[in-house]
Design a protein around this ligand. Sequence first.
Ligand SMILES: CSCC[C@H](N)C(=O)N1CCC[C@H]1C(=O)O
Length: 349
Amino acid sequence: MTQLQELRRALSRAGLDAAWISDPANVRAVSGFSSGKDGKVLVTQGAATLYTDARYTVQAAEESPLDTFIARPPATLEHAAPGLTGLRVGFEADHLTVAALEDLREHWPQATLVAVRGLVQSLRAVKSSAEVQAIRDAQALADQVFAEVRPLIVAGARELDIATELELRLRRAGAQSAFDLIVASGPRGAMPHGTASDRVIQDGDLVTVDMGAQLRGYNSDMTRTVAVGTPDAEMTRVYRAVLEAEEAAVRAVKPGARTADLDRLARDILTGHGLGEAFAHSLGHGVGLEVHEAPSLRGTSDDVLEPGMVITIEPGAYLPGVGGVRIEDLVLVTEDGYEVLSQSPKERL
Ligand SMILES: CSCC[C@H](N)C(=O)N1CCC[C@H]1C(=O)O
């Protein structure tokens, strides 16, 4: 079943007649149009229309099988209005701005607008085989680029030099970085989102490299913490604890597993090493058209793993003023367990 068909079923279940899709990743998922930030999709049970402007006339025709209406707002909203009389129309509450909602109210007075959350996101959590292949290819490229750049992570190099090499090589291979590269060395490792700075890497540092490739619209996500020289005994202990938590959580991935339980498993291991407080974020997240998408591997999540989900397992420990460690694998949930997509070797300290 296509995402459009699934969306129509989800609309019926939610008591809606139509949906106005404005989240760029959802626009892409439903229409195939890759410039989702400049598109909207109106889905009813009988029709689906992609709205975009004249900059994309050729691209929309090439990429999307949907009927396409080329115009700018408010002409787009005026075009849609007659078909919406008396309908309950869902809009994406977690994306639409207040101003855009006011525009919908003004132009669609005969429709009942209903705020919905996560409608398309939940459909995207389980990937098709083509989507899995795109993510697999993105991760394979990230692994290759990481292997090329790993020898450059030495004392005297700047974090920015490492990030630049990674990004350049991803670009040369026809991909791009999925997010601002995280290269956090020494004490900067205590920042989970420590994007590369001009800090010069020192002998004895641990260096956290968190990178993703974006290929054909799909992302990968992986973190390795590497040692430059010999880290001190405390950071070696922290590294081993994070590795233990990471590998245990990966082994527990299977259909039916509650993501909150996986988070608890990793957190309990780190707590056993006195690092519970240092694990400052959730265990992971789904990956696909967005780097962060459903399911959530947060302690408060109700999500349950299903075959076809692609998730990260990424425990970390962050000690302000001292340093940090994160180890992250990209994992496909399979019918009988899991497959680790990220193949870059991990340090064994
Ligand atoms: C800015 S994208 C960050 C990608 C990274 N792998 C990641 O998802 N995280 C790093 C710290 C925790 C986790 C997050 O929730 O952002």
